[in-house]
Design a protein around this ligand. Structure first.
Ligand code: SF4
Length: 409
């Protein structure tokens, strides 16, 4: 087996709280999957041209006319092209956006973790150009290696296409490859998920994301679910699928470092780690969500509205919310609990000058009694049962007690 650690730097260890990430949303997809609730647009060349113009303008303008001046000085640590299907864009369009970003942040290719989401349905011939652009991490949406499941997911690739795509990426020189797999597909069993994960592991990824399928309102899947809920694995069956994924991947040497994410040592996603650490995050493109100077903001979700706002020189932000100290600490606790590190008392004392034991005494007692949380002298983290009910646990931690004892960091 390839020793991937010899071929890629550990961006994760280079990421610290003083830097910033950048997310760029590229919403175009060849076809819209029936379960998808992301901000997506059917691919049309004319729309791509208009969107790329607007995106580059938003990026360039952000330097001279930035609403968050104090975060101007943060060095860029990670760049993430998500979507949508970023790999569907022609390399010339991706290159244009990338150049604008590297110029905007005074960054050079190869100095940061740069992830591109790719769909294995097409454009395998572009992988070499993505490398030349500075992309050094691919996140490939394989979703399953069972052709029946892929068909039910409405995907335009089959298992063979996915394997061919991953091998081509590796041959071209990508050492850091993440594969997405879905748990809870109609008709999926523990055995079919185990086979999909075995097929994924044969391709030697450095990282795997296993997402539980959620039924999003307004999607064709929601209508299917309403007509025939028995076609879908129920909550217990999904929990059992996720447990079996954890067992399979742990046996294969992957670290379960976040609820949905597994990595070979040294290959956790530095970009996502930044989200879970409340790192500053620039965001460009429609529906993109950023975090700057304690303010969360989200851009307009409709393509025409987003482009029109940028074209008339206005901000494409649709909403902004400034988090006060308590809200920041509450959010940080919820985000930290998603990770295997959990809430680290020393870290929270340093970042927020609070004693996390006092701040979340009631929440931690309640969750420990339910077997969802474990606590020791260093901090608190989810148990395996807690990982399956993470949203319930995290909701308990939203608000720190207002009598929380202040500590000197
Ligand atoms: S390829 Fe991904 S982003 Fe595009 S429609 Fe399907 S699930 Fe949504």
């Amino acid at each position: 087996m390839m020793d991937a650690a010899q071929h890629a730097p550990n961006w994760f260890e280079r990421t610290d709280d003083g830097g910033a990430g950048c997310y760029v949303h590229l919403p175009f997809c060849d076809r819209i999957c029936p379960y998808c609730d992301f901000a997506v647009v059917s691919y049309r060349a004319a729309l791509v041209d208009r969107y790329v113009e607007a995106l580059v303008a938003e990026i360039e303008r952000s330097k001279a006319n930035d609403d968050f001046p104090s975060s101007q000085t943060h060095a860029l640590q990670t760049l993430y092209f998500g979507g949508g299907t970023p790999s569907a864009l022609p390399p010339a369009a991706l290159g244009r956006v990338t150049r604008a970003l590297f110029e905007r942040f005074d960054t050079s290719p190869g100095s940061i973790e740069f992830t591109l989401e790719a769909n294995p349905s097409r454009n395998v011939e572009d992988v070499g150009m993505w490398l030349e652009m500075g992309v050094n991490r691919l996140s490939i949406g394989v979703q399953s290696f069972d052709d029946g499941e892929l068909h039910r997911l409405g995907r335009s690739h089959d298992a063979k296409d996915a394997a061919t795509f991953v091998r081509a990426a590796r041959t071209a020189g990508f050492a850091n490859i993440s594969l997405d797999v879905i748990a809870g597909v109609p008709g999926q069993t523990r055995e079919s998920l185990r086979r999909s994960l075995a097929a994924a592991l044969e391709l030697e990824p450095t990282h795997l994301s296993v997402y539980a399928l959620t039924i999003e309102s307004g999607t064709p899947y929601e209508r299917w679910h309403r007509r025939d809920a028995s076609a879908f694995p129920n909550d217990d069956a999904v929990a059992s699928l996720l447990e079996s994924a954890h067992e399979t991947l742990a046996r294969a040497g992957f670290v379960h470092y976040e609820i949905s994410n597994f990595a070979r040592p040294g290959f956790a996603s530095a970009h996502n780690y930044g989200y879970w650490r409340q790192r500053e995050c620039f965001a460009f493109g429609l529906s993109a969500a950023g975090y700057r100077d304690g303010t969360r903001y989200v851009n307009l979700r409709a393509l025409d509205a987003y482009c029109a706002a940028v074209e008339r020189g206005a901000s494409p932000a649709q909403s902004r919310e400034h988090l006060d100290g308590a809200a920041r600490a509450g959010e940080a606790a919820m985000l930290a609990l998603r990770t295997s590190q959990g809430i680290d008392y020393a870290d929270f004392a340093r970042r927020f000058a609070i004693d996390a034991r006092t701040a979340w005494a009631r929440a931690s007692r309640k969750c420990m009694a339910a077997g969802l949380l474990e606590v020791d002298e260093r901090g608190m983290r989810l148990t395996s049962a807690g990982r399956l009910l993470a949203n319930t646990v995290c909701a308990e931690f939203l608000e720190p007690a207002n009598h929380a004892v202040a500590v000197t960091p």
